[in-house]
Design a binder for this molecule. Structure first.
Ligand code: URA
Length: 199
C-alpha cells in the first residue's frame, strides 16, 4: 500500500479519502457516507456545524435539510452564497444515529479532520454554529449566550459564535440574536479585509 501522510501533512484528496474510509469510531457502522464539507476550499468564510443529519448522510453534503435551508437564508442575509467564498463543514463527519448528541470520544477522534480543513482553507473568519461547534473549537464548557458578541480564535483564526440553525427553527426569539451575530461577522470580515488590503 502507498504510504499515508500524517493528518497534519495531508492535501485535500488524501484528507477526503481518509475521512471517507474512516473507521475510528462507531459512527462508521450506521453511516451511508462520511460528509467532509462543501464549498470553496480557498474561502474567506468557514461555517461549522455539529454533524450530518439524515439528509446530509444520504446526500454527502452538509446542511441540505431544513436547517440547511435556514443556513442558506442566513448566508443570503449577509450577501453570501453556499460555495462562493464560503466553505461549510461540521465537527463530526458521520451522522450520529437518530441525531443524538455527539459523544466526547467521537468529537475527540473526529475534530482533527476539521483542524486540518482549517489549515488547508486558511479562512479569514470562522462562524461556529451551535453548542457543539463552539465548545469544541474553543475548548470550553461555556454557553453560546456567554460566548456571543466577541471575537475568539481557533488555531489563530478569528472566530465568532452563533446559534445553530436547527435550534433557531425552534426558537424564534433567538433569531434576532443570530441576526446580530451575522451583522457582527459581516463587520468583522470587512475590517479583516481592510486590514489585509492595507498590509
Ligand atoms: N446540522 C448540522 O450541524 N450539520 C449539518 O450538516 C446538518 C444539520
Amino acid at each position: 500500500a502507498a504510504a499515508v501522510a500524517p493528518l497534519g501533512a495531508m492535501a485535500w484528496d488524501e484528507l477526503a479519502a481518509t475521512v471517507a474510509a474512516c473507521r475510528q469510531c462507531r459512527l462508521c457502522e450506521a453511516r451511508k457516507q462520511a460528509v467532509l464539507g462543501v464549498g470553496d476550499r480557498n474561502a474567506d468564510w468557514l461555517f461549522v456545524g455539529e454533524g450530518p443529519g439524515a439528509e446530509e448522510d444520504q446526500r454527502g453534503e452538509p446542511f441540505v435539510g431544513q436547517a440547511g435551508k435556514l443556513l442558506d437564508g442566513m448566508l443570503a442575509a449577509i450577501e453570501l452564497k453556499r460555495g462562493v467564498d464560503v466553505y461549510i463543514a461540521n465537527v463530526l463527519k458521520c451522522r450520529p444515529p437518530g441525531n443524538r448528541n455527539p459523544e466526547p470520544l467521537e468529537v475527540a477522534q473526529c475534530s482533527p479532520f476539521l483542524a486540518r480543513q482549517v489549515e488547508l482553507i486558511q479562512p479569514r473568519l470562522i462562524l461556529a454554529m451551535g453548542r457543539f461547534a463552539c465548545q469544541t473549537l474553543l475548548d470550553t464548557d461555556a454557553s453560546i449566550a456567554s460566548l456571543r458578541g466577541r471575537l475568539h480564535r481557533y488555531q489563530g483564526v478569528p472566530l465568532i459564535v452563533t446559534y445553530h440553525p436547527a435550534y433557531l427553527l425552534r426558537s424564534l426569539p433567538d433569531k434576532a440574536k443570530a441576526w446580530e451575530d451575522l451583522c457582527f461577522a459581516r463587520g468583522t470580515m470587512a475590517g479583516l479585509l481592510a486590514q489585509a488590503a492595507a498590509a
